[in-house]
Every structure is written in structure tokens, then in C-alpha cells.
Design a binder for this molecule. Structure first.
Ligand SMILES: C[S@@+](CC[C@H](N)C(=O)[O-])C[C@H]1O[C@@H](n2cnc3c(N)ncnc32)[C@H](O)[C@@H]1O
Length: 214
């Protein structure tokens, strides 16, 4: 394992805004930690947590939880949040399939998923974070009218997400096939993750779907 990963794993244990594993995530009490009952947004597959951190800065009246299974990646976002004194952003090192065991029904107001692995092969379709199995979990924890925001460069993921929505009876609120060609008036979409930067450099189009639970 690279040396900087070892250092990050050690630091992760000391960061007050990181909760590890199912036990750690379940011990987290949003009201106690944040000191308020402001709406909660999740960033799933958050990697280095660019969305959780940048949204936390833009929207101090909301709370943000970045979730990823890779500790060395969430370390980055968690460290920035601590160093910049952001009190409304925390990180869970957790498998996303477990979030239904962590969050109550109707407790999450929005979910961002930026550049999840597309799993282009049909036999891997169930692993896509917008497959029906995952949408069922999101539907349960989202509040009525709660939103899912998906950014991707993958046609395959986009098309399979649209099919999953139909199957789960969820609504497509907005769709952009190239957010940088027709920049939407939503400044949250201007946030660029590490993967987005890479895809833009290689000329990929960035697509966006906004999905409503009901
Ligand atoms: C392609 S990266 C995108 C990272 C970040 N959103 C970005 O745009 O830079 C996908 C991330 O999803 C995480 N991931 C994939 N499947 C996951 C799962 N089932 N549970 C938790 N994390 C997962 C990986 O660890 C990885 O950090």
C-alpha cells in the first residue's frame, strides 16, 4: 500500500467528521452532531468529496454526508472540511448498499451521485448505483419530493438509469445531455469533481439527470 495511503488511514481515525463502517455510521446522530435538524443531502460514491465540501460551503443551512468505501479518498474531503471549519459536512466510509440500514425512511432530502462507475457490461448492470435495487433504497430514505442528481459521461449508465426510473415509477425532472454546452442556471452543477475534470480533458460530454421520488 502506498505510504501516503497509510498516513491517510491513520489520520482518518482521528478526524472528528469521519464515521467508519456500519457501526460507525449507525452511531452517527445527525441532530447531535450538526446541532440542528436542517435537511440532509448525501453524496454517494463521493470519492474525494468535492460535492459534499463545495455544497456545504454554498449552503450552510443544509447538512451534507459524503459516502464512499475508499478511506484514502474520503480522507481528502474530510480533511478539507476540518481545515476549513465546515461544520455541516461529514463523511462515512461505508458500502452504499448499506445506507438503507443507516438512514430512516423519509430522512434525506437530496442525493448527489457524480460519475459512479458505469459498469458497461450487461452482466454487471445490478452494480450500477442507479439500478432498480439501489433506487428502491433511495426511494425509501428520501423525503416526499426528494431529489436525486446524477452526473455521468456514460451513455450506457444514462440509458439504464432512465429504464430503472420507469420501472420504479420515479419521475425525470430535468435532463441535460451536455451540461457544458447548455450551462443550466443551477450553480451546483458547476462543481467539478476529479473525474469530471478528467472526462472534460478527454472531450467527453457530461450528462445530468434530476430525478424525483414522487
Ligand atoms: C469513478 S469514482 C467517482 C468519484 C467521485 N464521485 C468523482 O466524481 O470524482 C467512483 C467511486 O465510487 C466508489 N464506490 C463504487 N461503488 C461503491 C459502493 N458500492 N459503495 C461505496 N462506494 C462505492 C468508489 O470507491 C469510487 O470512489
Amino acid at each position: 500500500m502506498p505510504r501516503n495511503h497509510l498516513k491517510r488511514f491513520a489520520d482518518l481515525k482521528n478526524l472528528p467528521n469521519v464515521f467508519q463502517g456500519l457501526e460507525g455510521a449507525r452511531s452517527f446522530n445527525a441532530f447531535e452532531y450538526f446541532g440542528n435538524s436542517n435537511p440532509i443531502t448525501l453524496e454517494l460514491a463521493c470519492g474525494k468529496g468535492e460535492y459534499a465540501v463545495e455544497l456545504a460551503k454554498k449552503y450552510p443551512q443544509k447538512n451534507f454526508i459524503g459516502i464512499d468505501r475508499k478511506g484514502n479518498r474520503i480522507w481528502k474531503g474530510a480533511r478539507i472540511a476540518v481545515d476549513e471549519g465546515l461544520k455541516n459536512a461529514v463523511f462515512f466510509r461505508l458500502d452504499i448498499e448499506l445506507i438503507g440500514d443507516v438512514f430512516d425512511e423519509n430522512s434525506i432530502s437530496e442525493i448527489w451521485i457524480a460519475f459512479p462507475d458505469p459498469y458497461p457490461k450487461t452482466k454487471q448492470a445490478k452494480k450500477r448505483l442507479t439500478s432498480p435495487q439501489y433506487l428502491q433504497i433511495y426511494k425509501r430514505i428520501l423525503t416526499n419530493g426528494g431529489l436525486i442528481h446524477l452526473k455521468t459521461d456514460s451513455e450506457i449508465l444514462l440509458e439504464s438509469t432512465l429504464k430503472s426510473l420507469e420501472r420504479e415509477d420515479m419521475w425525470l425532472v430535468k435532463r441535460y445531455d451536455d451540461i457544458h454546452l447548455e450551462p443550466p442556471d443551477d450553480n451546483a452543477l458547476a462543481i467539478k469533481t476529479r473525474y469530471e475534470e478528467g472526462f472534460l480533458e478527454s472531450g467527453r460530454k457530461i450528462k445530468y439527470l434530476c430525478i424525483s421520488k414522487s
